[in-house]
Design a protein around this ligand. Structure first.
Ligand SMILES: [Zn+2]
Length: 225
């Protein structure tokens, strides 16, 4: 997916084959930055290829860059704990809880100081509490579906434990709870579901929608997603 304020475009992760994305209408010439959340293949596999071919800088933590092959030195933009000006956007990276070297989320603000909190794969929301106007978060599975799969013998215990661990993946049930409590209540949430496991659309509250892979999402008062 791509996040934009209408001017600066940040592509989130690069795990999907670029030719597939182009067939879906994505124009790499319009992408200003590629942000890689962590080094798992379904997130970084094509980062080197895309950045080299289209001359796009890759922003990521040092741990992620060190474990993502093929990115030319001139395209490496290493995030440390400070805020960055990325075109018309300001971005601040933060660590999340996932079984990768240095998994990172982004807190982004546009020129009207409207804020978007992008939360990638994380096992727990503990400590992720920044106030924002828009939220994008990965929630890859349904606890109910996973429990059923385990009970039916379709999911082995190793995978089951990995997904459920505090540095694993977030369930849509937990994402909904996060999206409906405290200062986040009623704010627009976009859920990214990168795995094929399904969760039921009808259980989503009104402020939550599911992102379509490869789509561009604009945030801000003029063009809320
Ligand atoms: Zn991962």
């Amino acid at each position: 997916m791509t996040l934009t304020d209408g001017s600066t475009r940040i592509m989130i992760d690069a795990g999907v084959n670029p030719s597939k994305l182009m067939a879906m209408g994505l124009k790499f010439s319009e992408i200003d930055y590629i942000f890689i959340t962590h080094e798992h293949g379904d997130h970084n596999r094509f980062a080197g290829q895309i950045s080299t071919k289209f001359e796009i800088p890759v922003i990521a933590s040092q741990g992620t860059l060190d474990n993502t092959p093929g990115i030319l030195p001139r395209h490496r933009m290493q995030l440390v704990n400070k805020s960055y000006k990325l075109g018309t956007l300001h971005a601040f990276p933060f660590m999340v809880n996932h079984d990768a070297v240095e998994p990172t989320g982004l807190y982004i603000s546009n020129e009207y100081s409207e804020k978007l909190l992008f939360i990638p794969e994380t096992g727990t929301m503990e400590g992720i509490d920044a106030k924002a106007d828009f939220f994008v978060m990965e929630a890859n599975y349904s606890k109910a579906t996973l429990e059923k799969g385990f009970d039916d013998g379709n999911i082995n215990s190793k995978l089951y434990d990995r997904i459920f661990s505090p540095d694993g993946h977030l369930a849509v049930e937990d994402a909904i709870e996060y999206a409906t409590t405290d200062h986040r209540k009623g704010k627009p949430f976009l859920f990214i579901n990168t795995s094929s496991s399904n969760y039921i659309k009808t259980i989503l509250p009104d402020n939550c929608t599911i992102a379509m892979a490869g789509n561009e999402y604009k945030f801000g008062h003029e063009t809320p997603y």
